[in-house]
Design a protein around this ligand. Structure first.
Ligand code: NAI
Length: 683
């Protein structure tokens, strides 16, 4: 096929290449200039428009859209282009440009095929949906989705209408409301795409659709019926209820606007398209959307920290196969690394391996080959033979300075000369560990969060003696295992625990004052936290909370509430042993629904202001490089309300004087702990 291809009309095109084959099929190859990935930017849209203009004059047999990038198909719109949009009208004009392109493709008088391999998100999916057919490779890298909701908007280039037309409202709304991407097999199953084939057959499949132009099957009657005006109000109210469990309308308006759009306009295609653009235009300029876009860029900023060096250890050795070490080892194996894991006895390791199996199955589901491959990559190694060939040794044993030092002294002589020694300690300063080493520069902190598989952040702790190259390599390693690496200075609690702890301690103190745990937790979730601080403390384990709190209370003078001590002594450790502040039934906290408070605002102020004040202190002390990294660390390390853009962004966007005045009132009533940190003037 390719040897008979002719390239035409290549002039004036920076991003697209146009080739015709012997069937007069126009193959439009997207290879965005100066970009690793394809984006549906204004320039890309304009060039595609000019191609369409050309096709309208000289109609080819068919048009096939494909990507020339290894990174995937199209990652979506260029988000940086809609951040400068200030007014709704500007946003609307921007969206109309996309709508016009999609409509033009849709009515082109020849078959159009989108040929997808690799990631296809947002605008890329909307573009594909405007084509007559979508064929995709069944490769594991192919993922198709409409993730706009994560940016505080919803699809705005006709994607709401067309995805529903393809797969019915239930599957399409579920995809748009969660923002979750699906594999090409799943996409075929729900009717989002027309065919899913092995990569080697992809071109042939695209060609077959282009030449045969088969009639598209409409969704099944039952699926279509769900869009009937009679059922929409009921289904919409169920959707609102489901969304309400995770996101409140005042914090995240986008999912609610999407449901309204579908409920009110699904019966009228033209109106729904018009209203879609209006709805997205009104969302784009909300503070929630602007902050969520900020969070998206914070994520990129963290990934960039790991791109300064490329470092992929050939072998990883983990010492300590407990909660953290076991999960770190299985996570690294899932990410494709060869890993050995060591513990004190084969019996303990057997448990570690059992848990790893469960993680592999959870991750890869029915893909037995992937489960088998990950299992092969993880070696139980109770004698520690892996130490001699490891490029990085990760220590996750008991949180005890003397025990850790003893271990380091015994393993260092066996380590490769340039191997990194990384500790997962959650509270010990690196300088208290490194001076027992012959090469103190090789010690770095790799502080993962619990549960490892779900928490995106890893703090990379730089001690005063840590080599710069070791830090750079550790950041790259963090990125290469699919985490967001955050460089942090070695200091008590590092960044995340330090900021979280005053908030948790304030919560525990309030419970000891007689405020019901349910009220304290509600005050936090009302603010937008994913989980209240009391339930969080129970989940982490009150013994662990206490040990971190003890270190911080010594180092930073934070008072330790008595109930934390009495509860741990009474073996009330939280979720793991069935009772902490709450009792647990089937892993769920049993909460009293009949509790009330007439001053929940003060509860919320006490919680949030202690957290904000500590974030400010970290900025002043330079625990991380800048205020954006503080916001990133707190959002990705604790789940802090993402729609606020992080604690320091929250201060910037709220009246600072009012916040400080509330602090002064609280200081009068509750003392020193609410004293304004000197760093407030830096925010
Ligand atoms: P854990 O008690 O579940 O596991 C520790 C494991 O290390 C045990 O299986 C033990 O047998 C093994 N071990 C102890 N000494 C050893 C030695 N000399 N050689 C080989 N294995 C040895 O503890 P967990 O919770 O996994 O914590 C481990 C480290 O991770 C600690 O430094 C802790 O501060 C840190 N951490 C814990 C978090 C948590 O939420 N549990 C979160 C972040 C860090």
């Amino acid at each position: 096929m390719s040897n008979k291809m002719t390239t035409k009309q290549a002039d004036n095109l920076n991003h697209w290449k146009l080739r015709y084959d012997e069937n007069n099929i126009a193959w439009c190859h997207l290879d965005m200039l100066d970009s690793r990935a394809n984006l549906l930017s204004v320039a890309v849209i304009e060039e595609l428009n000019s191609l369409l203009e050309h096709f309208e004059k000289q109609l080819p047999q068919a048009v096939i859209l494909l990507s020339d990038k290894n990174s995937g198909f199209i990652f979506g719109a260029d988000i940086s282009e809609f951040t400068p949009l200030e007014t709704q009208q500007q946003a609307l004009d921007f969206l109309h440009r996309g709508h016009a392109l999609m409509n033009r493709i849709e009515i082109l008088a020849c078959p159009t095929v989108s040929m997808v391999h690799g990631n296809c998100f947002g605008g890329g999916t909307e573009l594909s949906l405007a084509c007559n057919y979508i064929v995709a490779s069944d490769d594991a890298s192919t993922k198709i989705g409409l993730p706009e909701i994560k940016l505080g908007i919803h699809p705005g280039y006709g994607g709401t209408v067309r995805s529903i037309e393809h797969c019915g409202p239930l599957a399409a709304m579920n995809m748009m409301l969660t923002g979750r991407a699906v594999s090409s097999r799943a996409a075929k199953k729900i009717g989002l795409i027309d065919e899913c084939v092995p990569l080697r057959q992809l071109k042939r499949a695209a060609l077959a659709f282009a030449l045969r132009a088969p009639a598209r099957k409409p969704p099944r009657l039952l699926t279509r019926l769900a869009s009937h005006a009679l059922f929409r109000p009921l289904l919409a109210s169920q959707m609102r209820k489901q969304v309400g469990r995770k996101a409140r309308p005042q914090h995240y308006p986008a999912p609610y606007k999407l449901i309204d759009l579908w409920q009110h306009y699904a019966g009228n295609r033209t109106r729904m398209l018009e209203q879609e653009a209006l709805s997205v235009a009104s969302l784009t300029t909300t503070q929630a959307a602007r902050n969520l876009v900020k969070v998206f860029f914070l994520q990129t900023k963290l990934k960039d920290q790991g791109k300064k060096t490329d470092y992929k250890p050939a072998h990883v050795h983990v010492i300590g196969g407990g909660i953290m070490g076991g999960d770190i080892a299985s996570w690294c194996a899932i990410q494709g690394f060869s890993v050995s894991v060591q513990d004190q006895s084969p019996e303990r390791l057997a448990k570690t391996m059992q848990r790893a199996q469960a993680s592999f199955k959870k991750k890869f589901k029915r893909n037995r080959r992937a489960v088998r491959d990950a299992t092969d990559r993880l070696i139980p190694d109770h004698r520690g033979d892996g130490i001699t060939r490891a490029d990085i040794v990760i220590e996750a044993i008991f949180e005890d300075v003397a025990v850790k030092r003893e271990l380091y002294q015994s393993i260092e002589p066996r380590m490769k000369t340039d191997a990194i020694l990384a500790t997962n300690t959650s509270s010990i300063k690196l300088e208290d560990l490194s001076d027992c080493l012959q090469k103190p520069g090789r010690l770095v902190g790799l502080h993962f969060f619990n549960p490892v598989a779900l928490m995106p952040l890893v703090e990379i702790i730089r001690g005063p003696q840590t080599d710069e190259q070791v830090v750079a390599r550790s950041l790259a390693f963090g990125k290469n295992i699919g985490k967001l690496p955050l460089p942090v200075k070695s200091s008590p609690g590092f960044l995340v625990n330090r900021i979280l702890m005053p908030y948790i301690l304030e919560a525990v103190t309030m419970v000891s004052e007689g405020i019901p745990a349910e009220i304290v937790d509600k005050a936090a979730t009302d603010f937008g936290m994913p989980m209240g601080p009391i339930e969080l403390a129970d989940t982490v384990g009150l013994d662990i909370c206490k040990s971190v709190a003890l270190i911080l209370s010594t180092a930073l003078g934070m008072a330790l509430p008595d109930n934390l001590d009495t509860m741990t002594k009474a073996n009330l450790l939280g979720k793991k042993n069935g009772e902490g502040f709450y009792k647990y039934r089937n892993g769920k906290a049993v909460k009293n629904k009949n509790v009330h408070s007439d001053n929940i605002q003060q509860v919320q102020d006490r919680l949030i202001l202690r957290l904000l004040n500590e974030a400010v202190a970290c900025l002043r002390e330079g625990i991380v490089e800048d205020s954006e990294l503080i916001d990133a660390g707190v959002i990705f390390g604790t789940g802090f309300a993402p729609f606020t853009g992080g604690p320091l962004n929250y201060i910037k966007q709220h009246n600072k004087e009012n916040l400080q005045a509330t602090m002064a009132t609280l200081e009068n009533r509750f003392g020193e702990k609410f004293k304004l940190d000197a760093g407030w003037e830096l925010v």
